[in-house]
Design a protein around this ligand. Structure first.
Ligand code: FE
Ligand code: FE
Length: 165
């Protein structure tokens, strides 16, 4: 990590982090979709994968606006969440219980993103980068919405169909 002398340094560091995190999510999503059984869950994940592609393009725009290049530093936070998700994908068991576990993992991804984009949005506002703050806010809302939709699939679908004991 670069030195953190200014809020702008922190902004750039968090931007690099979330860019790498989104790339990891994009790579992991097809495996999650394949592992999901419930059609609503598959549909929500599929839609969010397309949204994630757009979010990465939005980040590319922000890098261009700031004349920055993405770096290769791995976001270890997201790497850990995804590794845990891969254990769920590999697990044997009831398909609906596995779906519930996939939702839990997917929501950990969304919460990580909500934290990152929330921080970035606030820093962009403080630093007077109004256009960039708006782009980050848009993605932040998509991550919140996805989290909510996943809660809905769990509470209204998967959790009802899963064996309790
Ligand atoms: Fe995202
Ligand atoms: Fe997301």
């Amino acid at each position: 990590m670069e030195d953190l002398n200014t809020l702008n340094d922190l902004f750039e560091s968090e931007l690099q982090d979330v860019y790498n995190a989104e790339q990891q999510v994009m790579q992991a999503m097809p495996k999650m979709i394949d592992a999901a059984s419930d059609t609503k869950l598959r549909d929500k994940l599929q839609r969010h994968m397309m949204e994630t592609e757009k979010q990465i393009r939005r980040l590319d725009d922000i890098f261009d606006m700031l004349d920055m290049e993405p770096e290769a530093e791995v976001c270890e936070g997201m790497a850990g969440i995804i590794r845990d998700g891969e254990k769920v994908i590999q697990a044997k068991g009831d398909p609906m219980v596995k779906d519930a576990a996939l939702i839990a993992g997917a929501q950990k991804v969304e919460h990580y993103e909500i934290t990152s984009y929330g921080t970035l949005r606030s820093l962009a506002q403080t630093l007077g980068m109004d256009d960039i703050a708006l782009k980050l806010e848009r993605t932040l809302k998509e991550e919140f919405k996805t989290d909510e939709l996943l809660t809905g699939v769990a509470e209204r679908g998967v959790n009802k169909k899963a064996p309790r004991e």
